[in-house]
Design a protein around this ligand. Structure first.
Ligand code: FNR
Length: 352
């Protein structure tokens, strides 16, 4: 039960599974297609190799980072996931409280079941995640609510022109879902409006439009290639987020651990780079930083931890902190910036 022991993180998913209904568990663990991408995500971090520094003073380790101009006490954050109130009645508010206390950024799904105001009242630094509809103007009220509630950035998810097919059993959750668990920040009847379906014609201009419309930095989530990352930066993105949506969209997409160095090389220092997918322990955090990320995001482990409400998510952050600091010390790194030369790779493949 000690958050410092690696077994707490290792056993997290299995323990949570026992506390979730079958439809909820299947929803959380869902993977697209044959589950190839989802299945490879975590193992891919373990394929990367590090060149640790020695003979460096690691008495004082500071894992804090600056993300989009604001300081975060830890280099990981909460990835946007829907239906948190199906996992625990306190839902996103519990996640927000624990993340505020840990100094971690929280990305709030546009499908969240808690209001932006309730989430913001916890004091957490939060970013809004959005999918844009065919008729972009229909996104206006949601964006305005987020800006008014103090969102610090907008994350545009671009890997979902359509939602990849679900097996019938995984769709069960929508039959048992309480309407209060999802989409409470939209106008009533939003989905009945023509043009509210997900846009099939997203382009770089949408990045610019979102920035103009909200006045907030825009992060593009779901980028897996250097050339696309360049287009995001040229369109004014402040951040590029390497993600396969947890293996829930295009199956057979390459692992984010493999894509990350190329994206960082393409972006250079012109924008921030984030990554998610299969990050399960502090060593994964260190590896992702070394591979080019300014911050990493965690999806399913937060839902697993949220089974125990705010205390569960607090314990997740605590366990990641203990492990990340240990990994940084073992690698001879006092700060996340010190990790940039750790990756063992051919010079022309290195992220930095
Ligand atoms: C997600 N993800 C997601 N992404 C997004 O942009 N908007 C969303 O509403 C959701 N909803 C969602 C629900 C559930 C149950 C899961 C598991 C995932 C994707 C998420 O933000 C993230 O990219 C992955 O979950 C990261 O991979 P890991 O950490 O789950 O392996």
């Amino acid at each position: 039960d000690d958050p410092g022991s690696s077994s707490w993180l290792t056993g997290l998913a299995a323990r949570a599974a026992g506390s979730m209904s079958t439809p909820l568990r299947e929803y959380v663990e869902h993977a697209a297609g044959a589950g190839v991408t989802a299945g490879e995500a975590a193992a891919a971090w373990g394929e990367l190799r590090l060149r640790p520094h020695v003979l460096r003073d690691v008495t004082d380790v500071d894992p804090s980072v600056e993300l989009l101009g604001r300081s975060a006490r830890v280099p990981w954050g909460v990835a946007p996931t829907s239906l948190q109130r199906a996992v625990h009645p306190d839902g996103e508010v519990a996640t927000a409280r624990a993340s505020a206390a840990a100094g971690a950024v929280m990305v709030v799904s546009s499908n969240a079941g808690s209001t932006f105001d309730d989430i913001a009242a916890t004091g957490v630094t939060w970013w809004l995640q959005v999918y844009l509809p065919s008729d972009r103007t229909l996104a206006g009220p949601l964006l305005d609510r987020a800006v008014a509630a103090g969102a610090a950035a907008v994350v545009l998810t671009v890997d979902t022109p359509v939602v990849a097919a679900w097996h019938p059993s995984e769709a069960l959750i929508w039959d048992v879902a309480d309407p209060g668990w999802t989409r409470v920040n939209f106008d009533p009847g939003y989905e009945d409006q023509p043009g509210s379906e997900k846009a099939l014609d997203l382009g770089p201009h949408d990045i610019d439009w979102l920035r103009e419309r909200t006045g907030l930095p825009v992060v593009v989530k779901g980028v897996l290639r250097g050339d696309d990352a360049r287009r995001c930066v040229q369109a004014g993105a402040a951040g590029v987020w390497v993600s396969t949506h947890g293996g829930r969209q295009l199956d057979r997409s390459l692992s984010t651990a493999v894509a990350l160095p190329e994206v960082r090389r393409a972006v250079g220092d012109e924008a921030e780079v984030y990554v998610d997918g299969g990050v399960r322990c502090g060593l994964d955090v260190l590896t992702a930083l070394a591979a080019g990320a300014d911050a990493v995001f965690v999806g399913r482990p937060v839902l697993h931890a949220l089974v125990d409400g705010e205390a569960g998510v607090a314990r997740l952050h605590a366990a990641l902190l203990v492990e990340t600091v240990e990994a940084m010390r073992l690698a001879g790194c006092r700060t996340p910036a010190d990790t940039r030369d750790l990756l063992a790779m051919a010079p022309d493949e290195r992220p930095h």
